[in-house]
Ligand binder design. Structure first.
Ligand code: GLN
Length: 287
């Protein structure tokens, strides 16, 4: 039946998603990824076999997924994964879905002058994205990912095991509360930083993500203030702190870093030209 071909189904689904009041940014790509999920195939298969027909069962499954996407559900939740760095990570509604802009944090951390024995903490690790990317790139580093949410810790452990990454450990902790040693050369975090009343929370994928991973007080800076204030206790001498934040928070964050004695404070912009990461170095014996 002509209507059940891959090509026809993709056109139908793209049109459905385009028409929705909740239209996603990339209806065509979303349609393709959802069809790959139904057919358990890679994208290349869709280009190679546009005339192939879906079975009756596959047509039903695809229609269901398209309807869920049309209602706004994140494509990552429908697929069960999101690609981040070089890793395909399992996602769930217990954590933030990894974002491409967070790869800048990974890139920045990897470019720092750090030696082979570097010990790292990733605060609020969620799926484990940052911790796993760093651990996979630097097999001699010891990376510790922590999260307040037990379900996130379990998910991050599962992602480590899927990718056979062994130089990483995940553990439940409310920020630094379970950390007792203080020899970390690097602390990284993509903490919650959205303002409590931000209209952004009513749009797109964020509606399906846990508020605890997104929101942090009236100005979005509550958790960042806590992390910057406490990080010096856990950093080795000349250790680095790297934090992701909102595009409009850079000057406040630079002030917070400086207030707590960080040096070399710098802000980096993401691919969209938006301020995204602030980093600073801590020296314990500063005059
Ligand atoms: N960058 C995320 C977003 O824009 C916010 C995530 C966070 O608060 N860490 O949705």
């Amino acid at each position: 039946m002509q209507n059940s071909t891959i090509d026809r189904q993709l056109r139908w689904a793209t049109a459905q998603l385009q028409q929705s009041s909740d239209a996603p940014d990339s209806p065509q790509l979303d349609a393709k990824l959802l069809l790959c999920r139904v057919l358990s195939c890679e994208l290349i298969y869709l280009y190679t076999w546009p005339e192939k027909c879906l079975s009756a069962e596959q047509l039903i499954q695809f229609a269901e997924l398209v309807a869920r996407r049309k209602s706004g559900q994140p494509v990552a939740h429908l697929l069960g994964y999101r690609d981040f760095w070089s890793l395909r990570l399992a996602v769930s509604d217990d954590t933030l879905i990894p974002r491409p802009e967070t790869e800048l944090l990974v890139e920045t951390a990897l470019a720092l002058p750090l030696d082979d024995t570097t010990k790292v903490i990733d605060l609020g690790t969620g799926t484990g994205a940052i911790a796993l990317a760093l651990a996979s790139e630097r097999p001699t580093w010891q990376v510790r990912g922590i999260d307040k949410n037990a379900a996130a810790v379990a998910l991050a452990k599962r992602n480590a095991s899927t990718h056979s990454i062994h130089n990483v450990a995940f553990q439940q902790s409310d920020w630094f509360s379970a950390i007792t040693d203080n020899h970390y050369q690097l602390i990284v975090s993509n903490p919650p930083y959205v303002e409590t009343h931000s209209p952004y929370l009513a749009e797109g994928d964020v509606r399906f993500e846990p508020l605890s991973a997104l929101v942090s007080g009236a100005d979005g800076l509550d958790d960042i203030r806590l992390i910057v204030a406490q990080a010096p206790r856990y950093l080795a001498n000349f250790g680095w702190l790297l934090i992701e934040h909102g595009f409009n928070q850079a000057s406040d964050i630079a002030r917070i870093f400086a207030h707590h004695g960080f040096r070399e404070v710098r802000c980096l912009t993401d691919l969209n030209g938006l301020a995204r990461i602030t980093l600073g170095q801590y020296c314990h014996d500063m005059p």
